[in-house]
Design a protein around this ligand. Structure first.
Ligand SMILES: Nc1nc2c(ncn2[C@@H]2O[C@H](COP(=O)(O)OP(=O)(O)O)[C@@H](O)[C@H]2O)c(=O)[nH]1
Ligand SMILES: [Mg+2]
Length: 378
């Protein structure tokens, strides 16, 4: 590894120059006092990570490598710390926006994008009002009259296991009966995997007085659908899969049959789980139904996903009762619910001393202190 010596008036300035000249992943090898301030020996990490020799590193070599990796992490932490404390001083309103969004379960990607767009000079209460308005405007909601029940057609409810597909389908069917009459609604059980799935659907069909059909696979569904053309609303219950299950890809076969997919997403899930489910089932879906809102103290992650994926919300469900607990989405209500979720006092809430960690730092300690301390310890 080529090393270079930097002389600077302070460690902070030196680190900034190292970063500018050697890149974000530069490693600091040593520091010592200098008549002009501090002298720092540093190298570019990339050269280290791609050694020109295929020899296995000996014990001393690997010790140096791990020490360098530790120093690299320390440097990154310190630089992130500077950025965090500097931006908090420079732009407290922007940081408050980030905090409000993180606390409510929104992800970093959307939080950073929104915080960067906060109009200059707006802070405090007006900044929070701006945030609320932006979220409301950007939450995609399917216009009334475009929802599956009003529009009619063949719709498959897709999503992970237990998301609420079958229950939601029964609620939609009940609405369909109200709008179009029982003779115009058909239910199709395409969930051939779960024991009792078909029975569950048949019970709802009998209660509503609508037809119930079974299609074991895509071919059977292709044969069945033309026979149902007299029905205004065809609701297809599919098997729930874990997003990683290869069978989840069979969802795309529905598109070829002219069936529109509506993804059911349980509102209380972790952001990562929602993201994975949307990637598997949601691509090409016409809309989303947010289920189990009653069990979601922090629906922020779910709203985040809908906003980023521009997946319009057709309905929300807020309980197990069929058909009562199905509602048209109200963006104002949902955004207020989500932001309020950020104020809940739980062991998962971030306390003020945690915020620096979010930025990837330990604290606002001076970089030189930390680096010198590590050198003495090592
Ligand atoms: N609390 C609550 N429970 C729901 C809601 N929707 C469905 N459930 C329950 O969640 C469980 C799984 O629902 P189900 O429709 O079978 O999910 P599926 O596997 O996706 O078909 C059942 O116990 C439902 O009663 C909802 O909006 N709120
Ligand atoms: Mg089901």
């Amino acid at each position: 590894m080529k090393t270079r010596t930097f002389v600077a008036s302070s460690a902070r300035e030196g680190l900034a120059r190292i970063r500018a000249e050697l890149g974000d992943d530069a490693v600091v090898l040593s520091t010592r006092p200098h008549p002009q301030g501090v002298e720092i020996l540093a190298g570019a990490y990339g050269e280290l990570a791609a050694p020109g020799t295929s020899e296995a590193p000996d014990a001393a070599g690997s010790r140096i490598l791990s020490e360098l990796a530790r120093l690299r992490g320390l440097l990154q932490n310190q630089l992130a710390g500077f950025a965090w404390s500097a931006s908090r001083r420079r732009d407290p309103a922007r940081v408050a926006i980030l905090q409000a969004l993180y606390a409510a379960g929104f992800g970093g990607a959307l939080a950073r994008t929104l915080a960067a767009r906060l109009p200059r000079g707006s802070e405090g209460e007006p900044a929070q009002r701006w945030l609320r308005q932006v979220l409301i405007r950007n939450l995609p909601v399917l216009p009334a009259g475009h929802d599956p029940v009003a529009r009619g057609g063949a719709f498959a409810l897709v999503g992970t296991t237990g998301a609420g597909k079958t229950t939601t389908l029964a609620k939609l069917a009940a609405r369909g009966v109200e709008v179009h009459g029982a003779g115009a609604v058909a239910l199709v059980a395409a969930d051939a995997w779960r024991v009792g799935a078909e029975t569950q659907l048949r019970i709802y069909a009998d209660l509503l007085g609508v037809g119930c059909f079974v299609a074991r696979d895509a071919d059977a569904l292709a044969r069945l659908l033309p026979t149902l053309s007299a029905h205004r609303l065809i609701l297809i219950d599919t098997a729930g899969f874990a997003p990683a299950d290869p069978r989840a890809q069979a969802m795309q076969q529905l598109d070829a049959l002219g069936v529109r997919r509506v993804q059911v997403v349980a509102a209380g899930q972790q952001g990562a789980a929602i993201e994975q489910a949307l990637a598997r089932f949601g691509q090409g879906a016409m809309a989303c139904i947010l289920s189990k809102l009653d069990e979601a103290p922090q629906p922020g992650a779910a709203l985040d996903a809908l906003i980023r994926h521009r997946l319009p919300l057709a309905y929300v469900t807020s309980g197990q009762r069929v058909p009562e607990d199905l509602h048209r989405p109200n963006a104002v209500y949902l955004v207020d619910r989500a932001l309020k979720g950020g104020q809940l006092a739980t062991p998962y809430a971030l306390a003020s001393e945690d915020w620096a960690l979010v930025a990837g730092v330990e604290a606002e300690r001076d970089a030189a202190d930390a680096i010198v301390a590590h050198r003495h310890a090592g």
